[in-house]
Design a protein around this ligand. Structure first.
Ligand SMILES: Nc1nc(=O)c2ncn([C@@H]3O[C@@H]4COP(=O)(O)O[C@H]5[C@@H](O)[C@H](n6cnc7c(N)ncnc76)O[C@@H]5COP(=O)(O)O[C@@H]3[C@@H]4O)c2[nH]1
Lengths: 195, 195
């Protein structure tokens, strides 16, 4: 089934590169966060990779696109810079690069909160596939809500089974069609639960 | 079906980033090759992205792993360096990097031949997925030969339908289980056909 295939390839093609230590030059996601904290003089209250999966499947290039630009009384999220980059030879591509992004959530009151967060890339690609008329006839009958649900369920199971990756990811389902929701606040709530 | 899903996501999640011009900072794969030719003083007889898909699905980190190290009377392939890198904000990852690699094929007689080539990443990832016992129960019943065949067929159709990508890729099926075959020579043969 499509969603589970996506979860498997996201895990083996990406999460295993960015989360665990590779026993050599890359010390793992946790260490990556700590090094960033030391270099930038900031604190990440939750040292996990937040992955935001949306109802529409769409993920904007920059997460700040989710901010309520017409309001300044709610939290907003801004990209800071990349955590350190992982470079590996992968399938003939010399020094293929993998990197996570550090973000800050600015609150109306209180200090900004740092975290590493990104969209669920396989679903963002599926969004583009379904929109492409030359491609999507082949994937007809794909129910978007089913796909998101199955992707999250499969991915959670896969991550929990993996000693190198378990506990290093926080999966967030975000209904981006609901204008009353603010991603920055949804993330703050999850951080509070986990702190 | 799994193979077609992989071909669709490989197209929309990767080939559309590295092959066509983005109308802004990235001038497209062809231009990328020409710039490399000018900077490095070399010639690429075929200015296409060669994608090598293998019978086993496996793609080694570096293509030189395919060379016959015990023979110096046959062609061998060595990585040179990356073509220029494409950086884009994608699904919340700031400046995600995509790059292709320039390779040289050294022949027993004659000058070396330059080309841009890499393994088929979705199949390389599937290889790791099938090998992972925690994951592959879910993908049981997947016939490797079927998957490779369907992936190639779907990908060829998809690329041919795309005005931005058609004619910019050369798909190569390589039986990596046959010790009589030498990838460097298979590539040289394809280059001769296309020149
Ligand atoms: N050769 C090559 N170079 C690349 O830079 C590249 N980027 C993607 N792909 C392949 O294209 C297809 C679509 O990509 P998508 O981003 O939707 O899924 C990707 C994406 O969700 C995630 N992923 C991989 N690399 C990164 C990355 N650098 N940053 C974020 N996510 C990533 O893990 C999935 C599987 O990746 P791969 O199994 O390496 O192959 C992919 C895939 O088959 C690439 N192939």
């Amino acid at each position: 089934n499509y969603a589970m295939g996506m979860a498997c390839s996201y895990f083996e093609g990406y999460l295993v590169h960015v989360l665990p230590s590779d026993g050599a030059r890359f010390f793992g996601f946790l260490e990556n966060i700590r090094a960033y904290e030391d270099n930038q003089g900031v604190v990440f209250p939750v040292k996990k990779l937040f992955i935001v999966v949306t109802k529409s499947l769409y993920s904007p290039p920059a997460l700040k696109d989710y901010n309520k630009s017409d309001r300044n009384d709610v939290a907003r999220i801004e990209a800071c810079s990349a955590l350190s980059t992982i470079q590996k030879d992968v399938a003939g591509v010399k020094d293929r690069t993998y990197k996570n992004t550090a973000y800050k959530i600015y609150r109306p009151t209180g200090r900004p909160v740092c975290l590493s967060v990104e969209g669920g890339t396989p679903l963002a690609t599926l969004f583009r596939v379904l929109r492409n008329r030359d491609l999507s006839e082949e994937l007809e009958g794909l129910d978007r809500e089913e796909v998101v649900k199955d992707f999250l369920t499969s991915l959670r199971k896969i991550i929990d089974k993996s000693p190198e990756c378990r506990g290093k990811c926080e999966l967030i389902y975000f209904d981006d069609t609901d204008r009353n929701l603010n991603l920055a606040d949804v993330l703050l709530d999850r951080i509070r639960e986990l702190e």
